[in-house]
Design a protein around this ligand. Structure first.
Ligand code: GDP
Ligand code: MG
Length: 438
């Protein structure tokens, strides 16, 4: 989804003026890529209409950078269809909080039960897990293993007791043992059936959960949306945990659910390990779908200072890491026009708090030395600074009228920047792989 969307939008980005036809064409492509990504048809229609309408309005037409404005609108509308902000769990401050996990078999209920417990425990809570899946073979054992791995106790009554009774007993147990959070792991079926639904409704009536969380397998695309509709009809769920987002190549489910059942996605499950649960942020998801992280804003910033061709080149170099001292110098020069480097690097996901960034401050005076030093190197040395040995450092220092110290400092700076770029590009790769959205 990501690649296709980017392609469609890339064409608009460079244009100085946009016509209605340009926008129509781009929207057709965006529409196709969304449908291919298994986004619900109704959602796509609403989305395209609002993007189109806004794109033809003055915010784009009177802008100096209309293409970028359209990208911005697409981003904003993506956020809108996924629900505006983060949706927090409802937790009682002076009463036991009950969560009920439901969903089809294999959706990831038991796994997410453990993940949630781990998260809440880290927040200082005392969770209890309840084994209400008495049908799937070894389901109780599985919950016990999960519970043990996050060091949270499991309440079970074997597989001969009715799940409603188990839930009732678990409530007493929690009260008696001072638990403040109870997470009920329920049974699923391969398909929705009435007896499963009735059992869940009964558990709901007994426990009156604060949250009824529906686990949806992102890999099932449109089916996930249908499952959500049915569960919501029976149970009036309070939120969704989208699972196996790590394996979903299309990202369609995330885009459809909010719109179809009007319930927020609260978490993303992105792997089998207990720490692989992320709070869902619509804006970050939109950025991931657009394949840009915060890179979008970096590029935008770069574009206002550098011309577009150079910006694209920089982007390419960042990705391939074929970044040498010549680039380093020209970057330093351009960065001067872009504003503080800290701010730029701060926008890169994960680099915000890096303390090494201090070393990368660009100082006008330093820049003169830097330029002189780099110009005193041979072409070979500029493309491959690692070949510069001790005696060459002395020569370069003499040639540029600086000191060996300064030369060393510069080479260190360059190494630092390169390391960050490496980190940045592998992070991008990781994000892409993890989310499977590109
Ligand atoms: P349940 O039947 O709904 O309780 O589902 P389980 O929690 O037993 O999960 C079914 C399978 O999916 C297990 O093999 C899990 O390890 C796996 N699984 C659960 N969540 C995720 C996830 O987010 N990513 C991946 N890749 N696998 C998951
Ligand atoms: Mg289970």
């Amino acid at each position: 989804l990501s690649d296709k969307l980017q392609n469609a939008l890339q064409k608009l980005k460079g244009k100085g003026k946009l016509t209605e036809k340009d926008i129509d064409l781009a929207m057709k492509e965006v529409k196709m890529s969304l449908l291919e990504a298994d986004v619900n048809f109704k959602v796509v229609k609403t989305f395209i209409n609002s993007v189109k309408e806004r794109s033809l309005g003055s915010e784009v037409m009177e802008s100096l950078t209309p293409g970028q404005q359209v990208v911005k609108i697409v981003h904003e509308e993506l956020v809108k269809i996924m629900g505006q902000g983060e949706s927090k769990l409802k937790i009682n401050s002076n009463d036991i909080t009950y969560f009920m996990m439901c969903g089809l078999q294999g959706a990831g209920k038991t796994t997410a039960t453990g993940k949630l417990a781990r998260k809440l425990k880290k927040d200082g809570k005392r969770p209890l897990l309840v084994a209400c899946d008495i049908y799937r073979p070894a389901a109780i054992k599985q919950l016990q293993v999960v519970g043990a791995s996050v060091d949270v106790p499991v309440f079970e009554m074997g597989d001969k007791t009715n799940p409603v009774t188990i839930a009732k007993e678990a409530m007493k147990h929690a009260m008696k043992h001072g638990h403040d959070i109870v997470i009920i792991d329920t049974a699923g079926r391969l398909h929705i059936d009435d007896s499963l639904m009735e059992e869940l409704v009964e558990i709901k009536q007994t426990v009156k959960p604060d949250e009824i969380l529906l686990l949806l397998d992102a890999m099932t695309g449109q089916d996930a949306v249908k499952v959500a509709e049915t569960f919501n009809q029976y149970l009036d769920i309070t939120g969704v945990i989208l699972t196996k987002v790590d394996g979903d190549a299309r990202g369609g489910a995330a885009l459809s659910i909010r719109n179809v059942v009007d319930k927020p996605i609260k978490f993303l499950s992105v792997g089998e390990k207990m720490d692989q649960l992320e709070t869902f942020h619509p804006d970050r998801m939109a950025s991931r779908i657009l394949g840009m992280g915060d890179v979008l804003s970096i590029i935008e910033k770069a574009q206002s200072a550098i011309d577009e061709k150079q910006a694209l080149e920089l982007q390419k170099k960042l990705k391939t890491q074929s970044f040498d001292l010549n680039d380093f110098l020209s970057q330093l020069q351009q960065i001067k026009n872009m504003g503080p480097l800290e701010e730029i690097l701060g926008m890169m996901p994960g680099l915000g708090g890096n303390k090494k960034m201090k070393d990368l401050k660009v100082d006008e005076k330093e820049l003169v030395f830097t330029e002189a030093i780099i110009q005193s190197m041979t072409k070979k040395e500029r493309t491959n600074p690692s070949i510069i040995n001790g005696s060459r450092r002395k020569r370069i220092a003499a040639g540029s009228g600086t000191s060996v110290q300064r030369v060393n400092q510069l080479l260190k700076q360059y190494d630092e920047m390169k390391k960050m770029m490496k980190k940045f590009s592998s992070m991008e790769k990781m994000m892409g792989k993890k989310k499977g959205l590109r």
